[in-house]
Design a protein around this ligand. Structure first.
Ligand SMILES: C[S@@+](CC[C@H](N)C(=O)[O-])C[C@H]1O[C@@H](n2cnc3c(N)ncnc32)[C@H](O)[C@@H]1O
Length: 233
């Protein structure tokens, strides 16, 4: 990238935020190798033998490429500023997938809980391998989450799929308002919500009216991420 492009990018709000995130990452060093060492490599190999698809970049077997996904999730943990316990944080990850994010959360001394549908045997097996708890539940628009126990300090959702309508379009402000109201009841008074949205069929992560809705709720929003603190409304 040419210098002029880099400078233009820096002065764009998203470019500025990503530069700040870069500085924060340097200020909070966390290495994937620490968590790789704690993995049951033989157990992972047994799962890989059953399900790995070389070169897969879209479907669930892609998450078995731990050399790619562990660093990705370390970056997520750093960006969210989830530090080592104490204090112990209760963390709910929605659409928890293979569980790499929650594995790091657990290794840092926190209390992880996954929530997912139970359609993918890979996720079932990786959660068992990583010794992570998971609630099986299908999120549907305008339906509350099940009872999940004590309030959470942090709720996350990465590369979300639960927010798709039957026609493939993505939830708008109406569905998100119900969901946010419900999540607010599950968060502690100072609890945080981090969303990282998958792109819609048109390639955009957030329609303008949805972005406006999140901002009105008091969230900080970049291209695909939404950071919201309980009580911000
Ligand atoms: C693209 S994967 C992302 C996995 C993980 N969050 C990550 O970023 O590595 C989407 C996840 O959402 C889950 N999911 C899809 N529809 C869902 C729904 N209606 N309710 C709950 N989870 C859902 C999938 O099973 C999968 O775990």
């Amino acid at each position: 990238m040419r210098l002029t492009q880099k400078i233009t990018k820096l002065f764009h709000p998203d470019g500025y935020r990503s530069a700040v995130a870069g500085v924060k990452r340097i200020a909070y060093p966390l290495s994937a190798s620490e968590f790789m060492e704690k993995l049951d490599r033989e157990g992972l190999e047994r799962i890989r033998e059953k399900y790995a698809v070389p070169g897969e970049k879209v479907a669930a077997p892609k998450y078995l490429d731990v050399a790619e996904w562990m660093p990705t999730n370390v970056k997520r943990v750093r960006d969210i500023r989830l530090f080592r316990a104490p204090p112990v944080q209760r963390v709910l990850d929605i659409g928890s997938g293979a569980g790499w994010f929650l594995f790091i959360v657990k290794c840092l001394g926190h209390e992880p809980l996954g929530l997912d549908i139970d359609e993918e045997p890979i996720y079932r097996e990786t959660f068992a391998l990583l010794g992570l708890p998971r609630v099986i539940h299908r999120i549907e628009a305008h339906q509350p989450l099940p009872i999940l126990g004590a309030p959470f300090d942090l709720i996350t959702a990465h590369m979300t799929c639960f927010n798709r309508r039957p026609d493939g379009s993505h939830w708008g402000p109406d569905e998100w308002m119900f969901f946010l109201d419900d999540l607010a009841k599950r968060l502690s008074k100072t609890g945080r919500l981090h969303l990282d949205l998958n792109p819609s069929p048109d390639g955009s992560h957030m329609a303008p009216d949805l972005r406006e809705f999140f901002v009105k709720c008091g969230a900080s929003v970049d291209r695909r991420r939404v950071l919201w603190r309980n009580g911000a409304r």
